[in-house]
Design a protein around this ligand. Structure first.
Ligand SMILES: *[C@@H]1O[C@H](CO)[C@@H](O)[C@H](O)[C@H]1NC(C)=O
Ligand SMILES: *[C@@H]1O[C@H](CO)[C@@H](O)[C@H](O)[C@H]1NC(C)=O
Ligand SMILES: *[C@@H]1O[C@H](CO)[C@@H](O)[C@H](O)[C@H]1NC(C)=O
Ligand SMILES: *[C@@H]1O[C@H](CO)[C@@H](O)[C@H](O)[C@H]1NC(C)=O
Ligand SMILES: *[C@@H]1O[C@H](CO)[C@@H](O)[C@H](O)[C@H]1NC(C)=O
Length: 261
């Protein structure tokens, strides 16, 4: 009984040793991606081509798996055993921050990850023209994509914009730079420039804000309607007067017609 117990303990101890220490020793040098044995960041640029080669140095045949983020990459049959390559071509701005991971099929806790760092100058977009009625609130939204992140600024009519505490608000997220103006005034009319400065490049985009006097656009339709009413009234008035004029003429003509010439 006693032996059985102690023997079992020995077996457990051995198994524990195997599971704890053996794999750790193997992980240190089994997998490589482009020759690297640890996770790394790959610096690249849009439109370039990158190929990642994962290799296993092992005494037996090993199948490799590639993941793009959480998704399995579909590999051709000749591109799975002992060595496997994936190509990202061309690299796009959207590949920035994406993780590629190579795993050992037989032991998926063994892996090497590569994170893409795609650097590109600032790209700005948004509505070029915006019309606002005096007294309304406006938002000028400058969409920005840049890596590394750009330093953002608003200018007005080529000069720095003095932010008024209660009327102007600047709001920034990783992909937008926004200027809110509450209760716009005539003097807010002008060209606002969204300026993005990155170590790679400084980029500017103009936003034209046209402030219209209050109620400038509303009366067009009522004015047309009023014109039609006035026109019709005039017509009816003229017709009525014409009838009377005609009657007068007839009266004038009557004695004339009887006059023998
Ligand atoms: C596997 O890699 C390790 C470390 O780089 C090296 O020492 C060993 O010789 C390699 N084994 C084979 C079979 O290539
Ligand atoms: C994979 O590597 C093992 C061990 O080095 C080797 O025996 C086997 O032939 C290799 N298989 C392929 C398809 O390269
Ligand atoms: C990517 O590279 C840029 C410039 O080399 C650096 O400023 C930025 O911090 C890097 N980003 C990450 C997530 O490593
Ligand atoms: C801002 O500067 C540019 C270039 O110097 C010029 O073409 C433009 O007319 C200026 N705009 C204003 C509103 O001053
Ligand atoms: C309002 O701003 C626009 C855009 O900058 C400009 O073209 C226009 O001349 C300005 N109008 C007035 C009245 O200042």
């Amino acid at each position: 009984m006693a032996c059985k117990r102690s023997c079992l303990m020995e077996v457990y101890k051995f198994l524990l040793f195997v599971t704890l220490f053996l794999p750790r020793e193997m992980t240190s040098s089994v997998l490589t991606v482009n020759g690297e044995t640890e996770n790394y960041i790959l610096h690249t640029k849009p439109d370039s081509h990158e190929s990642l080669t994962c290799a296993v140095n092992h005494t037996r045949e090993e199948e490799l798996l590639w993941y793009r983020e959480e998704g399995r990459v579909d590999l051709k049959s000749g591109n799975k055993i002992n060595s496997s390559s994936v190509c990202v071509s061309p690299i796009s701005e959207n590949d920035n921050g994406v993780t590629f991971t190579c795993r050992l099929q037989s032991d998926q806790s063994m892996f090497i990850s590569v994170v893409l760092n795609v650097t590109f100058p600032p790209r700005l977009s948004g509505d070029d023209f915006q019309t606002a009625e005096e007294g309304s609130d406006v938002q000028l939204v400058c969409n920005v994509k840049s890596n590394p992140q750009a330093q953002m600024m608003w200018y007005k009519n080529n000069g720095s914009l003095d932010l008024e505490k209660n009327r102007h608000q600047v709001y920034q997220t990783s992909e937008t730079f926004q200027l809110s103006i509450t209760k716009v005034k005539k003097s807010d009319n002008g060209t606002y420039s969204c300026i993005a400065s990155s170590p790679l490049q400084t980029e500017t985009k103009d936003f034209h804000l046209i402030v219209k006097a209050k109620g400038w656009t509303i009366p067009i339709e009522p004015i047309i309607a009023a014109c039609v009413v006035i026109f019709l009234t005039l017509c009816f008035g003229l017709m009525a007067r014409r009838k009377r004029i005609m009657e007068l003429c007839m009266k004038d003509q009557e004695p004339q017609s009887g006059t023998p010439l």
